[in-house]
Ligand binder design. Sequence first.
Ligand SMILES: *Cc1c(COP(=O)(O)O)cnc(C)c1O
Length: 370
Amino acid sequence: MRRMAQVTVDPDALRHNLARAREAAGPGRRVMAVVKADAYGHGLAEAAQALAEADALAVACIGEAACLRELGWRGRVVVLEGVGDAAGLREAAALGVDLVVHAPEQLALLEASPPRRPLDLWLKLDTGMHRLGFDPEEAAALHARVAALPGAGTVRWMTHLACADERASPATARQLERFARALAGLPGERSAANSGGLLAWPQARLDWVRPGIMLYGVSPFAGGEGAREGLRPAMRFETRLIAVTRRRRGDALGYGGAWVCPEDMPVGVAAAGYADGYPRHAPAGTPVLVRGREAALVGRVSMDMILVDLRAVPEARPGDVVTLWGPELPVERVAARAGTIAYELLCAAGARAGRRLPAQPRALAGGGGA
Ligand SMILES: *Cc1c(COP(=O)(O)O)cnc(C)c1O
């Protein structure tokens, strides 16, 4: 479906950010690039190609893992939620992907229907996030049980950090201590760090790091911006002005007449709305760029359009490019205004807006590292 609002993805930025993640991780550590949710809206095919130097790609579910194999990715794939039934287990074996095991039901499944080919497994411990994972106290028993499985290949350990994006929170150090204590004396590589953990918590880096949001050029920290972390925003979300009008002082704009012109002024209509993934709750004052200059959203966001205060860009005309976010307007700023996080905006625009493909799609190189 062709819409005027378009997402473009810069593969060089993705490559740069992966190199930045590797540099932050330090020598000897492996990088599992997280590409769940269509690579945070950037497009799985394009992202996998640009991130081919990663040691593994991580996805949420087996369906996404199957997509990666169809795209020709032959390297390691980790399914972060694992599988929930025997069919999923058979598919994982056929695809040759790693599974996270986070619940007793998954362990029972592996015992009841051993996969035809040994699967590499990541045992997930719940060290404080209280979402997925086993009690750390059970680590030794868990390891013994998994080591006895005919269908288990290499066994590794992981946990997930709840507060790594808060540099001052004591929760991360507590989680990491719990992880280390639970695994003392047990074999197997370890992984804990998401983007926040990788950038802010050196003791979280361990054997494998799992960056997601930073690969797309976005800061994981509240109030942060990717550029401050040496990252390059990979997504550009743009549309065009479809009308420019002069309004009179006192004119109420858009649904509910929610914004009233304080003076005679030019107002633009840009062809992007919540149907394109632009946040409906973005308030008046949310920045957009028109002709590369900053202007402000006014009135309520509608399905296919937003209104723009053009007092700062009086020469603007229909057809002018409007940047909703991108390298010159960090998505973090828009997210903060809209009361959400950049992750959600990237996923929404990626799923809903039109997509301009990179100039020369190439075959997926796939499977750089381990
Ligand atoms: C999504 C996810 C990540 C990546 O998190 P970011 O904050 O995007 O870096 C890492 N590990 C797990 C288990 C995840 O679900």
